[in-house]
Design a protein around this ligand. Structure first.
Ligand code: PLP
Length: 420
């Protein structure tokens, strides 16, 4: 696609955009005078769909009306409420319904998955992560290593960018596996890196790991709703993601969890148990010996928070209506336009560190500004442009196809240029 650097061109792209109407279906935050923010932090907390209130109100009303009977009598019976989320969530990450469940929060799920899938032995116990993995993931694997009696400093291997580079190369992961594969038990990799926006080839990572008998897990916090990861076909063993970033389900909302079908019927896997991963048919008999459910539902522990699930359901219904294919098509155009405009800025101090290949990124661009400090981010905010600042010098910006317009992107880059 060839772009032009003009407001009129941006407006034309909006007129040609078949899903531009979606923006009106979200609450766009404003400043005190009522001017809309240009919101580029959907990678941190997605905006609120206007229908969310209605979905939550339905459950509040049914709770008022039915009390405990709502588990069965509510319009959307709570007893099986999580099942309303499964099919759409499975489509979004490219999985079969049996492979997916929504439960807990992300870091909790990573731990529960490692209980089952990180089974170290004396000789095969190391874990590989990306060197700039999201801190929570790093703490999670460090604490798992320590829990199993290993020294995290010795047993945690970092897959690093090469000297002077910021992006990861698969050959370097391959080299790590060639050298130490026999000692590595688990790869836990961010499918889309939160810092650089790099979207890694998940299938290749799975193939490389499996060739050395390693379990492969993917954190899709920055992937779900942003890229199409085809989890089933990739054959990764497990994955987890939060739903409050690109999936617009509200602050601190629940996490999605994927366990590949090849593990769905494995009752031998070690795992923690609660009444919610016990066989549904006999769950309420209460005195049965534990009988674990098949598939991803077999990792649940507790009955889930319905109010939070209602918000997820509202968002997933929007995704279902629009479809990932349409969203991804707009996303590529929108981020392509953003990239084009940033590259037009006549300044050596600005550089995009996200891959330029649209197939190696989602919507996020991480813009590095030489000698910038947090002041630049502050000035953007004063101009109603909401971005995310990462020390020492990177501004992360996510034009989200559901609610960001081409005009937003044009205006944003214009202000950025004027501030440099
Ligand atoms: C956002 C994010 C988290 C946050 O974890 P919570 O348990 O939901 O607080 C963890 N890991 C990654 C990679 C993230 O992007």
């Amino acid at each position: 696609m060839t772009y032009q650097n003009s407001l009129e061109f941006a407006k034309q792209l909006d007129r040609d955009d078949p899903i531009s109407y979606l923006r009106k279906e979200f609450h766009i935050p404003t400043d005190k005078e009522g001017n809309e923010w240009l919101y580029f932090t959907g990678n941190s907390l997605g905006l609120q769909p206007k229908i969310t209130k209605k979905y939550i109100k339905q459950e509040l009303d049914d709770w008022a009306k039915f009390g405990v009977e709502g588990h069965f009598e509510a319009k959307n019976p709570w007893i099986s409420y999580h099942e309303f989320l499964t099919d759409t969530m499975a489509k979004i990450v490219g999985a079969k319904p049996i492979e997916v469940v929504v439960m807990n929060t992300l870091t909790t799920n990573l731990h529960l998955l490692m209980v089952s899938f990180y089974q170290p032995t004396k000789t095969k116990y190391k874990i590989v992560i990306e060197s700039d993995a999201f801190p929570s993931d790093r703490y999670a694997v460090q604490s798992q290593l320590a829990f199993h009696g290993f020294d995290p400093d010795q047993a945690l291997i970092e897959w690093k960018p090469r000297q002077g580079e910021v992006l990861l190369q698969l050959e370097d992961l391959e080299a790590i596996l060639d050298a130490q594969g026999d000692e590595i038990a688990l790869l836990l990799i961010g499918g889309v890196n939160y810092y650089t926006g790099q979207y890694l080839d998940i299938k290749k990572i799975a193939d490389l790991g499996h060739a050395k008998d390693c379990i492969v897990g993917i954190d899709l916090a920055h992937g779900a709703g942003n890229i199409q990861p085809n989890l089933h076909d990739s054959s990764v063993d497990f994955a987890a993601w939060c739903t409050y970033k690109y999936l617009n389900s509200g602050p601190g909302s629940l996490s999605g969890l994927f366990v590949h079908e090849k593990h769905a019927y494995r009752k031998d896997l070690p795992r923690f148990a609660g009444w919610w991963n016990h066989n549904k048919e006999t769950r309420f008999n209460m005195r049965q010996p534990f009988d674990v459910m098949s598939g991803a539902e077999g990792w649940q522990l507790s009955n889930p928070p319905i109010l939070s699930m209602a918000a997820i359901r509202a968002s997933l219904d929007m995704f279902e209506k629009v479809g990932m294919d349409v969203l991804l098509e707009k996303s590529k155009k929108l981020t392509g336009f953003f990239e084009y405009l940033v590259n037009q800025i006549a300044s050596d101090s600005i550089k995009i560190i996200t891959p330029s290949n649209p197939n190696e990124r989602g919507c996020q661009l991480s813009v590095q500004v030489a000698n910038a400090d947090k002041n630049l981010h502050k000035k953007l905010t004063e101009n109603n442009i909401i971005t995310d600042w990462r020390e020492p010098d990177v501004i992360r910006c996510a034009p989200v196809p559901m609610y960001t317009s081409f005009e937003d992107v044009y205006r944003m880059v214009n202000v950025l240029e004027s501030l440099l």
